[in-house]
Design a protein around this ligand. Sequence first.
Ligand SMILES: *Cc1c(COP(=O)(O)O)cnc(C)c1O
Length: 353
Amino acid sequence: MGHHVTSYSDLPAPALRLDLDQDALQSNWRALDRMSGGARAGAAVKADAYGLGVHKVVPVLQAAGCDDFFVAHWSEVRAVLEVASPGSLSVLHGPLTPPDAAYAQATDVKPVINSLEQARRWIDAGGGRCDLMVDTGMNRLGVTLDQLGEPMLAQLEIDVLLSHLVAAEEDTPLNVIQCERWNDARTRVRHKRASLANSGGIALGEAYHGDLTRPGIALYGGVPRPEMAPMLRQVVRPQTAILQVRHVEAGETIGYNATFTAPAAMRVGTIALGYADGYLRCWSGKGRFCAAGTILPVLGRVSMDLTVVDLTHAPDVAEGDWITADYALPQAAVTTGLSQYELLTLLGRRFGR
Ligand SMILES: *Cc1c(COP(=O)(O)O)cnc(C)c1O
């Protein structure tokens, strides 16, 4: 008798999963909170917590003591509210439409006000607690320093006065200039708390800390500045099952466009991972996996749903076994030319989280 599938939601386990090290995540938040000195660390959990899954990430951060969460879109609010209280959540893009403002009113989630138009929209919807973004050099979102004297902004009930650093991972005079502008803004508009630093900004020192810091990438194992490396741990490890083991003879090629030719007889494994999962073709011939301490190099091109790895030196690894990608973010960024942010947010929906 075969297994009887009673419902289409009775899915078999996926052959891809993201291993999330909850201890490392918690330890990274604590380290960043400590490095933030007198300020508290919040957390950027936009883009589904940089692709890791807010349902997993937010409860772990809350347990560590995190009370301030940031998403970008209104569409991201619902998933966070399933695990966090509305008063702890801010939406960075702010109210673009009256329905956005009405939704914020109904949920008690804080909009980040980015322009006089958004301020007007928020006040028209009833106003109340919000954050305010002031632009100090990014020229992306935020009210300008010149606009801070506008009477409309005086009507806002501002919790966090925010600005965002252009290049905190670099030592550039822009950091100092932005810090001065942010300090100037703090004297010109009434607010409860001030916040400037993202992950990299936390390492720039006390002057950048204010009352609240907003780390994202470093929570998830990214290393924005080399001096932060000793305090941060890897959080995410993509894992995949081996679908098939094959033997190839010397001179045979592997994968699309025959970019790899076996120099000798080899044992190889086909894995259930490809560029549709965010394991992009830049890993072709460069990626590495690991099984019980043995390195398994990627052979030839990464294709949409499949990749081939060398099992010649791992004779015990068989069909159905799980292997783990080399995915330490700073090194992976150097290998691929992708940013640490891209490496996380690319990881696709076919990964079990
Ligand atoms: C994404 C984001 C952050 C977090 O930045 P990291 O570089 O990932 O630490 C902080 N603040 C704002 C406004 C953001 O958009």
